[in-house]
Design a protein around this ligand. Structure first.
Ligand code: GRG
Length: 306
């Protein structure tokens, strides 16, 4: 079990590495149970769903969900169903994002993209089935004292829907080749990336029956971490190689996509990511030192190299 250790300087050092390994193992085990086996008919579809799901994603959204639940006093098992639901939505969005009609990418999570292996038709359907499975998992949860199943279904549907995740993707597509302003770019980031990260953190709180003050703090934390996540993603796209990222590097410039590095330069972009992460830390004050894992995850996401 990951612990908070006391370092040589007397300060507490959270062992994030162990924490992430443990959470990833538990999430992978749960996802394996939640997805139909690769031999269940239609086997091609279930193979395609599993191919992308177990291709080696960082599992950041489930980890944030679990860490948020723990900050509110719950255990990992309580957060696991909704953590898995969010990873199903995230994986669907990546499969569809990689399609020729979208970002047209050949490489994701260090492997050929879903449509490269299974063809476009099956890739679209694997994405659809993962999206649908997320709602099934949420609907099958035992329930929460303060939140109804309807609350949770609406929470996920709004984050994944036309005004957030899908809406952000539309704005991203429509912005290609245009000179966007920083506020226009932020509009895209808030929807395309931050909405699902914010939802992951809120679902962790909901899994723990969090109170209103905690939910609002988690909302702010997820919002700022989600924005910082995309700024760092844009920076990595220009500073890292395809091998290091496990997905095609330099795609944004090639597609003439607006990014923070393109608009304000690399140094200013790094400062923006640091400032957003600082705001995320600020939101954790509401947890009076009980949100160590969330704080460590925010730092990790700021400093990540892939
Ligand atoms: C409805 C046809 C249709 C398409 C929608 C919503 C959508 C497709 C795509 C979402 C857009 C998208 C991919 C946003 C970027 C978010 C982002 C930075 C993803 C990468 O997340 P990581 O780094 O990935 O956590 P891993 O692979 O580690 O899980």
């Amino acid at each position: 079990m990951a612990e908070t250790r006391t370092g040589a300087d007397g300060a507490n050092a959270f062992d994030l590495d162990t924490y992430l390994k443990e959470v990833t193992r538990e999430v992978d085990r749960a996802l394996d149970r939640y997805l139909p086996s690769a031999t269940v008919k239609p086997a091609t579809l279930h193979k395609a769903m599993r191919y992308s799901m177990f291709a080696g994603g960082k599992r950041m959204r489930p980890a944030l969900c679990v860490a948020a639940a723990e900050a509110c006093g719950a255990n990992r098992a309580q957060a696991m169903p909704l953590a898995c639901a969010v990873e199903c939505i995230h994986t669907y969005s990546l499969i569809h994002d990689d399609l020729p009609a979208m970002d047209n990418d050949d490489f994701r999570r260090g492997k050929p993209t879903n449509h490269k292996v299974f063809g476009e038709g099956i890739a679209i359907l694997a994405g659809d089935a993962l999206l649908t499975r997320a709602f099934e998992i949420a609907a099958q949860c035992r329930g929460w004292r303060r939140y109804s199943h309807k609350d949770v279904i609406i929470e996920i549907a709004e984050a994944a829907g036309s005004k957030e995740l899908v809406g952000g993707q539309v704005a991203d597509l429509e912005g290609e080749g245009k000179d966007l302003t920083a506020p226009q770019l932020r509009y895209i980031h808030e929807r395309k990336t931050s909405a699902l990260i914010r939802c992951s953190v809120r679902l962790g709180g909901i899994s723990a029956n969090c109170n209103r003050t905690q939910l609002l703090a988690l909302t702010d934390f997820g919002h700022y971490v989600g924005l910082a996540f995309q700024v760092i993603d844009d920076i990595l796209d220009v500073t890292r190689s395809t091998e290091q990222l496990g997905k095609t590097a330099g795609k944004d410039a090639a597609a003439r996509k607006a990014t923070y590095p393109a608009i304000v330069g690399l140094e200013k972009s790094r400062k923006i990511a640091r400032d957003l992460t600082r705001k995320a830390y600020g939101a954790l004050d509401a947890f009076h030192g009980r949100a160590t894992a969330l704080q460590a995850l925010a730092t990790y996401l700021l400093n990540r190299e892939h």
